[in-house]
Design a protein around this ligand. Structure first.
Ligand SMILES: NC(=O)c1ccc[n+]([C@@H]2O[C@H](COP(=O)([O-])OP(=O)(O)OC[C@H]3O[C@@H](n4cnc5c(N)ncnc54)[C@H](O)[C@@H]3O)[C@@H](O)[C@H]2O)c1
Length: 341
């Protein structure tokens, strides 16, 4: 039975990863500091569902000693999925030092623990498309309810220049480069996934992070949605199950070692804010009240990942259509099992 550590394991992606791994019969150690309200909500579900073979350790990745202890007591691990961190750009602007400590230092602590106590572990790191910054070099056009890329037509590839914007972009970008370099310098089996928008069950979206879930939650609760810009902003969106399928490949596939991959729904799975509102109207029969605001600084008109490298090297491609994924998220939100208190 393989042994897995999931840091940030009570967050949206982490909790899904824990449920999947325990269903696969893996033994899982879940590390989370429980500071996020969303993690405390998922803790209730964790206790109820009690995933088989999972053990929860409350610890903070900013604390090198605590991270090392997890490896000494519960390791070595065959795989580590490192997700713990500060996730919102807005929070990073308000608290850049805390953001740096959670994302950059926290990742270095995980890398050091692997290097010293679990050298054979494969590591998946959840990086972000924000490492590509404002994408001033792209060319965009307006088309109906959305913006489109004229260049690069196939989406942003891993060859795009790094250009860290915002403290979040800097802290994740630093971590991204450390993860990559630990493969070169120390021979660790790491892989970096630069993720676009991920959505799915166990996501309690908020206005500044997880917009797909946030729109659905607001609509179902009858809350007002604040719409920034003209609503034609486009992102590629990836359903959680497709991401986790890729994580499995990242942990196992020899071609993943030391590599960086852009990850998202790619050009065939994209959504603008207005299109999501249209979907909510058509499929859920809800017209959420909107409050219009101007553009937020740095809000990209379009971001679409070129995911062809992950397809070529790891044989991965997303399976869930946008319509199917949104329906599954909406069904989960309507199931009444979620406690938004
Ligand atoms: N969800 C997305 O669309 C997306 C996109 C790009 C990158 N990412 C990255 O993926 C990872 C997971 O994202 P998510 O959406 O599941 O976020 P999330 O906020 O739901 O999960 C993060 C978890 O980490 C925990 N955590 C935070 N700081 C910690 C610390 N110092 N020590 C220990 N635990 C800590 C939180 O309690 C939370 O449970 C993050 O690193 C994020 O930057 C996510």
């Amino acid at each position: 039975m393989s042994r897995l550590l999931v840091t940030g394991g009570l967050g949206f992606i982490g909790f899904n990863a824990v449920l999947r791994a325990s269903a696969q019969g893996r033994s899982v150690v879940v590390l989370d500091n429980l500071k996020r309200r969303t993690a405390r909500r998922n803790l209730k579900a964790y206790r109820k569902l009690a995933p088989r073979g999972a053990k929860l350790v409350v610890a903070d990745v900013r604390d090198a000693g605590a991270v090392a202890r997890v490896f000494k007591r519960h390791g070595p691990f065959d795989g580590v999925i490192h997700l713990a961190g500060q996730v919102a750009v807005t929070t990073s602007v308000a608290e850049p030092v805390r953001d740096f400590e959670a994302n950059a230092l926290g990742t270095l602590n995980v890398l050091e623990a692997i290097r010293k106590h679990s050298k054979k572990s494969r590591l998946v790191f959840a990086s972000t498309n924000k490492v590509y910054g404002g994408l001033d070099w792209t060319k965009i056009a307006r088309k109906g309810e959305r913006y489109v890329f004229r260049h690069p037509a196939g989406g942003v590839s891993e060859a795009a220049p790094l250009d860290f914007h915002s403290p979040y972009g800097c802290s994740k970008g630093a971590a991204d480069q450390y993860v990559r370099d630990y493969a070169r310098i120390y021979g660790l089996g790491t892989v970096v996934f630069r993720q676009s928008c991920i959505y799915g069950p166990w996501q309690y979206g908020e206005e500044d992070q997880g917009w797909v879930a946030w729109f659905l939650i607001a609509a179902l609760r009858g809350a007002k949605i604040r719409l920034f810009g003209d609503g034609r902003q486009v992102r590629d969106v990836l359903f959680i199950d497709d991401l986790l399928e890729l994580y499995d490949r990242g942990l196992a596939h020899p071609a993943a070692r030391g590599e960086v991959f852009n990850v998202g729904g790619g050009p065939s799975r994209t959504l603008s804010l207005l299109e999501l509102l249209g979907w909510i109207r058509e499929r859920l029969g809800i017209r959420p009240p909107l409050e219009r605001h101007g553009w937020r600084p740095g809000d990209q008109r379009v971001y679409i990942s070129d995911i062809s490298k992950a397809g070529r090297r790891l044989g991965w491609k997303p399976k869930t259509s946008v319509d199917a994924g949104l329906s599954r998220l909406a069904d989960w939100l309507k199931s009444g099992r979620i406690d938004f208190a």
